[in-house]
Design a protein around this ligand. Structure first.
Ligand code: AN0
Ligand code: CP
Length: 320
């Protein structure tokens, strides 16, 4: 595997899920694979889970790991081509990428959407430069439009906890005070469409996800109706994707607190499990009672990030 951004990059989901289960049963069984190989994890943005779980995954495979926080100790990087660099940025990404690549065998990149230029975000301008100029396999650790390691971990978690062959899975928008990327809901929608689940998306008008990810998935604007009979509730905030209202791209359109997932919402489900990728704002996205309930999967879901990252890194180093 040379890149990991879209669900198609992983191939058969059934095979990937089987591999995940095998790795989870003995996560050190491939520790010889990464000998004398190095994974470089580059963070342009904050992270707790991705930072820790991907390092752990790399070590499971015997890889050495280098973590670079671009904004804490490296030179400030210019990412636009054709600019006169007379400001605060000392180095250009086009030199930095091949230099960083010379010290490693596989690269993970976290680079959030800027949420101002839809075109730059949706062409994955920064991740694409890493793919083009590094000569290394590159995986997204949440890039502008996608968070596939999260979606893969979510799928593993649903597979482990489903109580029927084809569960109803609902992705719901929920309020948040700041503008957040669409990467998590985009990937979740893309992966759920590829999986064998009954998938429904619910959000207020204006929050329609990009068709590249959401495809022809069922959209239900009435949140309570969407929740009826659900087996899994996956909550997430996202800012305006600019599909139906391009001028509002990246904006917070409203903070309707009636969309917060509380016990009244969960009461109409089929005793659904609650999921969220974390970090989550309690009282905005979800109430304390729901996130602390025995049906909440947020901790096992985060733990499965180690498993999804181990599968992905294994596939990448096998192809070196
Ligand atoms: C990020 C987001 O919504 O994309 C990271 C989630 C994994 N969340 C925040 O910035 C709070
Ligand atoms: N879910 C997730 O990717 O969390 P972090 O932003 O903490 O890595």
């Amino acid at each position: 595997m040379k890149t990991f951004l879209h669900v198609a990059d992983i191939g058969s989901l059934q095979t990937a899920l089987q591999e995940a289960a095998e790795i989870k049963a003995d996560r050190y069984q491939f520790e010889h694979l990464g000998r004398h190989k190095t994974a470089l994890l580059i963070f342009f943005n904050n992270s707790l889970r991705t930072r820790l779980s991907t390092q752990k995954a790399a070590r499971n495979l015997g890889l050495d790991v280098i973590v670079l926080d671009v904004n804490a100790g490296a030179w400030k990087l210019e990412t636009e081509r054709g600019v006169i660099m007379d400001g605060d940025k000392s180095e250009h990404l086009l030199e930095a990428i091949p230099v960083m690549a010379s010290y490693c065998d596989v690269i993970g990149v976290r680079t959030f959407a800027g949420l101002t230029d839809r075109e730059a975000d949706y062409t994955e301008r920064i991740l694409r430069q890493f793919i083009q100029y590094s000569g290394r396999p590159v995986f997204s650790m949440e890039s502008a439009t996608a968070h596939p390691l999260q979606a893969f971990a979510d799928l593993i978690t649903i597979e482990e906890h489903k109580e029927k062959a084809r569960p109803k899975v609902v992705l719901t928008w929920a309020p948040h005070p700041r503008a957040l990327p669409q990467a998590v809901p985009n990937s979740f929608a893309e992966w759920m469409r590829a999986a064998d689940v009954d998938f429904v998306v619910t959000h207020p008008e204006g929050y329609e996800l990009d068709p590249e990810f959401v495809g022809d998935a069922r959209v239900e604007y009435d949140q309570m109706k969407a929740f009826e009979g659900a087996d899994f509730i996956y909550a997430k905030n996202w800012s305006c994707p600019g599909v139906t209202c391009p001028e509002d791209y990246g904006k917070v359109l409203h903070r309707d607190m009636s969309w917060t997932v509380d016990e009244a919402h969960m009461a109409v489900t089929n005793n659904a499990h609650f999921m969220h990728c974390l970090p989550v704002r309690r009282g905005m996205i979800v109430t304390d009672d729901v996130i602390e309930s025995p049906r909440s999967l947020v901790i096992p879901e985060a733990a499965n990030r180690e498993i999804s990252a181990t599968v992905v890194l294994k596939r990448m180093i096998e192809g070196l």
